[in-house]
Design a protein around this ligand. Structure first.
Ligand code: NAD
Ligand code: DAU
Length: 357
């Protein structure tokens, strides 16, 4: 089936990699990218596919019901949307500590607006209405952070773990997961939730650990390691996340949750040293700084359900993928220098003749 995807947050890190991945793997599909272009959205990530006949960009808020209704029911060549993949979010934990409000607005309320618009468009006002001949899918992209934090000897998170979010970001994502569950249970909306571990790869906003440390090191600036550097994250190359989301939207069961991960747990200080090693930069750049309040100690994902049920497996080995990702930043200094200076926002203004707020 040649799908029409509404990808939200497609100008961000994972969303833009996912759109590239889909247009490579499913060239007959159509993709509408709805993105508000917050500080994290960057159309330069999609420059190479601008003007493609099966891709279009719409600037807007997932919380704008009128706009979302119009996109879901579209009657132009792109046609109605049969699949929503919801990446749009405020995604950075440190920002959620400084100001939780936008996290509730987008991650909770925005997701509910999308769910409600999909319910109306796909099921009609009641559960019995709607186009039953079309196979609809709503894939909500969540995170392992909803499970809280693990001790050193705890088993990895399974889909059965309790939700114990610790940051305002994680709490807002857990809330949206529960709304997805309610829309499936109450209305029969075909929603599936994915919970992935930490992603890395090209086009990641340089506030996150890997791109921040790579670009700081390239500029000879210090690398601020929080606490004792022994917090552990479980890492996955972004294209492996994309292939898992594709498997879920094609073969995943509505109402289910699928964890996504590739068994690559690394303490932050080891990650920091690996980055410096790849770049040939000195460890004297490392600075230990105060930890993040409520800093989760360890994440680890058990992805056996998606592997067994959907036959998904990661294609990248962690060490090779890290080297590949670090090289991307080395080879694309103009991309991250424009992001770090704020210059990238002018690209939108020159392309679309409108100013960003
Ligand atoms: P990102 O911050 O790089 O991108 C988020 C995108 O959403 C941006 O383009 C932004 O402009 C857009 N956006 C924000 N608010 C919006 C709104 N109200 N309406 C429309 N668009 C809006 O984030 P990311 O790292 O690419 O994460 C994408 C998704 O994946 C998020 O839902 C995040 O919770 C989830 N996730 C991220 C990771 C990770 O390691 N980065 C891991 C697991 C899950
Ligand atoms: O686990 C999935 C999550 O991964 C996603 O849901 C989030 O959207 C994504 O931002 C990421 O969250 P983290 O908080 O794990 O990522 P971050 O890159 O911010 O931090 C990774 C680890 O590195 C964490 O233990 C904090 C630490 N850190 C981070 C920064 C930015 C530092 O030590 N120094 C830093 O400057």
């Amino acid at each position: 089936m040649a799908r029409h995807l509404l990808v939200t947050g497609g100008a961000g890190f994972i969303g833009s990699n996912f759109i590239h991945y889909i247009l490579r793997e499913r060239p007959d599909w159509r993709v509408t990218n709805l993105d508000l272009l917050t500080y994290a959205g960057n159309l330069e990530n999609l420059r190479d596919i601008e003007g493609s006949s099966n891709y279009r960009f719409v600037r807007g808020d997932i919380g704008d019901r009128q706009l979302v209704d119009a996109l879901l029911g579209g009657d132009d060549w792109f046609g109605p949307v049969d699949t929503v993949v919801n990446f749009a979010a405020e995604s950075h934990v440190d920002r959620s500590i400084l100001d939780p409000s936008p996290f509730v607005d987008t991650n909770v309320r925005g997701t509910q607006v999308l769910l409600e618009a999909a319910r109306q468009a796909w099921l009609g006002a009641g559960v019995e209405g709607g186009r039953r001949d079309v196979e609809h899918r709503f894939v909500h992209i969540s995170t392992d952070e909803v499970y809280g934090s693990l001790g050193p000897d705890d088993p990895a998170f399974t889909e059965e773990n309790r939700l114990e979010p610790n940051s305002p970001y994680a709490a807002s994502k857990a809330s949206s997961d529960l709304l997805c569950r309610a829309y499936f249970k109450t209305f029969g909306l075909p929603v599936t939730v994915t919970r992935c571990c930490n992603n890395f790869g090209p086009y990641q906003f340089p506030e996150k650990l890997i791109p921040l440390f790579v670009t700081n090191a390239l500029e000879g600036q210090p690398l601020p390691v929080y606490g004792d550097g022994m917090n552990v994250r479980d890492w996955i190359y972004v294209d492996d996340h994309s292939s898992a989301v594709l498997a879920v939207l094609e073969r995943g069961r509505p109402g289910e949750v699928y964890n996504i991960g590739s068994d690559s747990e690394v303490p932050n200080i080891e990650m920091t040293r690996a980055i410096l090693r790849i770049l040939g930069k000195p460890e004297t750049l490392i600075r230990y700084v105060a930890g993040r309040p409520g800093h989760d100690r360890r994440y680890a994902i058990d992805a056996s359900k998606i592997r067994a049920e959907l036959g998904w497996q990661p294609a990248y080995r962690f060490e090779d993928a890290l080297e590949r990702a670090v090289r991307w930043y080395v080879e694309n200094p103009e991309w991250w220098q424009r992001v770090r200076s704020g210059e990238y926002r002018r690209y939108y203004e020159s392309q679309y003749g409108a100013r960003l707020g």
